[in-house]
Design a binder for this molecule. Structure first.
Ligand SMILES: NC(=O)C1=CN([C@@H]2O[C@H](COP(=O)(O)OP(=O)(O)OC[C@H]3O[C@@H](n4cnc5c(N)ncnc54)[C@H](OP(=O)(O)O)[C@@H]3O)[C@@H](O)[C@H]2O)C=CC1
Ligand SMILES: N=C(CCC(=O)O)C(=O)O
Length: 419
């Protein structure tokens, strides 16, 4: 809110029309019961959510998160951030988020399928290609999107882009799996280029080892960086020689194991990787820090460690991984910091590209989608950089992102009247 204060000075019409009061209130919150039967025949019950926050710019768009920590508060913060993020992409998509406190970890494919079918058995009433288009987020990957889509099609008898991140065999877009991670690196490279720097030869620490983290690591290495540490909720692995991402992909995408299993790929005598159980990955000294796990994972204390380690760049792949205290430490120490709403927008932007392909019954090549993604991320960087300069806070990309994202939505809300 503080960062958009100067916008209200320049646009008194926003206050006159109670734009902010309306902006912070979701247009609709849906909560529902999800009963399902586990492999032992026992009936389980979880809670489902969809926060349809703001549709001024376009149909609601945002991920579904399956994680035991999910509650209404987390759904609302994610849905609110999604409004600004989706606005920053320049695409016609509004903000939403949904999910459940269902934990897919340790569940069989059959249990995940039955849960997804019952979840969609309720959600389908409120979504559609021109109404609300969910996608993946934590705990919701290709497997879950496939089951959700299958149930939607069965109930509605319509084969349409009602979910993005779909399988390539039934309308999904190339690059969508890689998009959030790749996009993070594209905007990072743009920020570095503007400082006559680059990822080449840099040491990178990436928290998480899920969809965003894996493909951020893959693209960072493709651009010449060395990824020296990654983690999951059990701890982190660290290797100054650089980690092998194909092994991490196999652990996380195929066997759905723990990050510590990475050490099993090496003979005792050739092992240079350490696993630190329960450790804070931000203790590892690096040039560039990429928090790609979850909200509030990077505390003020960790930010001080990052600064004392000489790290100059922090680009968020996760949604709000840095606490306010951490962001203040970065700001005071002139760290180049780009918030997730700008830096991780590549995922939802590519989801919108998937929607465009589905509407025109086309499938673009990997290179076509990847080059559009790169252009979008470069454009986001330039827009937030210009906004920060225009509003007297040059280099403050959090303010630049909030200002840029907010103005487009506010003007759309103004034009559409008191609704
Ligand atoms: N998927 C997408 O399209 C997008 C996702 N995001 C955001 O990026 C972040 C990651 O999402 P995504 O990669 O899809 O999720 P995944 O579920 O694929 O991966 C999450 C990763 O973070 C780890 N993790 C979770 N909690 C913690 C913790 N407390 N400490 C350390 N590691 C933790 C998980 O480990 P474990 O397996 O042990 O739980 C896992 O490795 C989230 O904030 C999400 O909202 C943002 C834009 C797009
Ligand atoms: N989870 C996502 C992706 C949402 C989407 O692709 O609609 C996010 O932007 O946080």
């Amino acid at each position: 809110m503080e960062s958009i204060e100067p916008v209200f000075e320049k646009h008194p019409e926003y206050e006159k029309n109670a734009i902010l009061e309306r902006f912070v209130e979701p247009e609709r919150v849906i909560m529902f019961r999800v009963p399902w039967v586990d492999d032992d025949g026992n009936i389980q019950v979880n809670r489902g959510f969809r926060v349809q926050f703001n549709s001024a710019v376009g149909p609601y768009k945002g991920g579904l998160r399956f994680h035991p920590t999910v509650n209404l508060s987390i759904m609302k913060f994610l849905g609110f951030e999604q409004i600004l993020k989706n606005s920053l992409t320049g695409m016609s998509i509004g903000g939403a988020k949904g999910g459940s406190d269902f934990d897919p970890k340790g569940k069989s494919d059959g249990e995940v399928m039955r849960f997804c079918q019952n979840f969609m058995g309720e959600l389908y009433k409120y979504i559609g290609p021109d109404t609300d288009v969910p996608a993946g987020d934590m705990g919701v990957g290709g497997r879950e999107v496939g089951y959700l889509f299958g149930q939607y099609k069965k109930i509605s008898n319509i084969h349409v882009a009602v979910l993005t991140g779909a399988g390539l065999e039934f309308g999904g877009s190339l690059v969508r799996k890689e998009a959030t991670g790749y996009g993070l690196i594209y905007i990072a490279e743009e920020a570095l280029k503007h400082r006559n720097d680059s990822l080449k030869g840099k040491s990178v620490v990436i928290s998480g080892s899920g969809n965003v983290a894996i493909y951020a690591a893959e693209k960072a290495i493709m651009l010449g960086a060395k990824v020296i540490a990654m983690c999951d909720s059990s701890g982190y692995i660290h290797d100054e020689n650089g980690l092998s991402i194909p092994f991490i992909k196999e652990i996380k995408e195929i066997t759905r194991g723990r990050i510590s299993e990475y050490l099993d790929y090496f003979k005792e005598e050739e092992l240079t990787t350490e696993f630190v159980k329960g450790g804070i990955i931000w203790n590892v000294k690096c040039d560039i820090a990429l928090p790609c796990a979850t909200q509030n994972e990077l505390s003020e204390e960790s930010a001080r460690i990052i600064v004392s380690n000489g790290t100059k760049y922090v680009f968020e792949g996760a949604n709000m991984p840095s606490t306010i205290g951490a962001i203040n430490v970065f700001s005071k120490n002139k760290i180049v910091f780009i918030p997730g709403k700008a830096a991780n927008a590549g995922g939802v932007a590519t989801s919108a590209l998937e929607m465009a392909q589905r509407s025109s019954r086309q499938s673009w090549t990997f290179e076509e989608v990847d080059s559009r993604l790169k252009r979008i991320m470069i454009s986001i960087y330039r827009n937030i950089d210009n906004a920060a300069k225009e509003y007297g806070c040059e280099g403050n990309y959090l303010a630049g992102a909030n200002i840029t994202g907010f103005i487009k939505v506010a003007n759309a809300m103004l034009a559409q009247g008191v609704v």
